[in-house]
Design a protein around this ligand. Structure first.
Ligand SMILES: [Zn+2]
Length: 417
């Protein structure tokens, strides 16, 4: 999912690198930040030997595929090995596989049976993961078998269970050419440019579907929707002076701190369906040195919007207006504003939930197809140092994807339930 805490913190390191500072001060700041980050992101020290426990015999193809794809490193912007692995795997299953090029020499993978590029249903998820990579390992715990490793849940659990659901339906003779295609994209964790490139390519070549099933860790529930985002950078301009004579300057840091404090304590408009609108001040960029009244300060803010971006951006401007007179100038640069996404979820036999995080769903556009969002594992475990998916969740996902595909194809097996 978009917006990893870690990449934000590494951006902070980069920012500290470029910030102007005295050499001793810069060195101190870099060392201190790096040490703290290293402590925060110690990966799970799993066993390096990869072996599958006997319980995995229930669906060997699923666990083998999941293990193999998790073992291929495919951090955002470095997904080439992941794309190549999937192309080879899907070709070996007899599918027609196309690469869709994405900026930076990266490729999305689109696969279908025979010549039917247009299918009724599309299964899709993302190849890329957040950093850092950590190895696949499985172990038995009190509450069942858990499979650890970067991407086990977000989103390689979805990829493996979608592909195996597709293969099983094919072997059972329930689906054929023209029914289901598969799309695995790059860059979901870093702005969604893989899905945006895929969408452009599909629009140009008139490819469309009746239903699209997106795979993200939703704890085996159908998501009713997810929040939108409003990201902006706020710049405060003041006037430098000697810190012994603060009355001669205008302290940009101080004004920014007060604005951000008000952001934190504001009543942001939420919604019944998607819950609260939440705010994250991910980056605080306070320039200069301890003995200088700061002439400039900036912060990057990301708001998860449960209502509308219009309401949220109005509240941001109202708050900023209250402090404008205390600085020489305050500016807001909107970086990204996307409304919440509402999904199809009324399928018999499924629980529903909502997601707070942003996904690739809006990047595929809206061209009349139904949109479902479902996957194994929990978003609460994704991106962290102990990312995992349980064996039970992964297995259930195959059964559920099969049900969803049949529901979307109108072969309504689940009505028997
Ligand atoms: Zn994801």
């Amino acid at each position: 999912m978009l917006g990893s805490v870690q990449s934000t913190l590494w951006s902070l390191v980069l920012l500290v690198c470029v910030a102007q500072a005295l050499p001793w001060e810069l060195e101190y700041r870099l060392t201190a930040v790096k040490e703290r980050l290293a402590d925060l992101f110690k990966p799970y020290p799993g066993p390096s030997e990869v072996s599958l426990p006997p319980e995995f015999d229930s669906r060997p193809e699923l666990f083998k595929l999941h293990r193999d794809i998790v073992s291929v490193e495919s951090e955002s912007f470095k997904e080439q090995k992941g794309s190549a692995f999937l192309r080879k795997y899907l070709q070996s299953k007899g599918l027609t596989v196309e690469y869709i090029d994405v900026r930076g020499g990266r490729q999305n993978v689109y696969a279908y049976l025979g010549n039917a590029k247009n299918t009724s249903v599309l299964l899709t998820s993302h190849i890329d993961t957040v950093p850092p990579f950590f190895k696949y390992s499985a172990r038995k715990e009190d509450d069942g078998i858990k499979i650890y490793g970067r991407g086990t849940a977000d989103a390689k659990g979805s990829i493996a269970s979608q592909i195996v659901a597709f293969e099983e339906l094919l072997q059972e003779g329930t689906i054929g050419e023209g029914d289901v295609s598969l799309l695995y994209v790059v860059g979901e964790e870093a702005g969604g440019e893989g899905m945006i490139a895929a969408n452009t390519s599909f629009v140009e070549s008139n490819v469309n579907w009746d239903a699209v099933i997106f795979g993200e860790p939703t704890t085996n529930a159908l998501a009713v929707g997810h929040k939108g985002i409003y990201t902006f950078r706020i710049h405060v301009y003041g006037k430098a002076s000697h810190s012994a004579y603060p009355e001669l300057g205008v302290d940009a840091n101080k004004v920014l701190i007060e604005i951000l404090h008000s952001f934190e304590h504001a009543e942001w408009p939420g919604s019944k369906m998607l819950g609260d609108t939440t705010i994250n001040i991910g980056l605080f960029d306070a320039h200069n040195a301890a003995n200088v009244v700061s002439p400039y300060a900036a912060a990057s803010v990301l708001i998860r919007v449960a209502s509308t971006t219009k309401e949220v951006s109005k509240l941001v401007s109202d708050i900023v207006d209250k402090y404008k007179e205390q600085a020489l100038r305050v500016e807001i640069d909107t970086i990204h504003a996307v409304e919440p996404t509402y999904l199809d979820y009324d399928v018999p036999g499924f629980n529903s939930s909502f997601l707070s995080c942003y996904t690739d769903v809006p990047s595929l556009g809206e061209r009349g197809f139904k949109r479902y969002l479902y996957g194994p594992g929990s978003i609460h475990d994704a991106h962290g140092a102990t990312e995992y998916v349980s064996l039970q969740s992964l297995t259930q996902a195959v059964d559920d994807y099969k049900k969803l595909i049949l529901h979307a194809l109108g072969k309504v097996e689940e009505d028997k339930e």
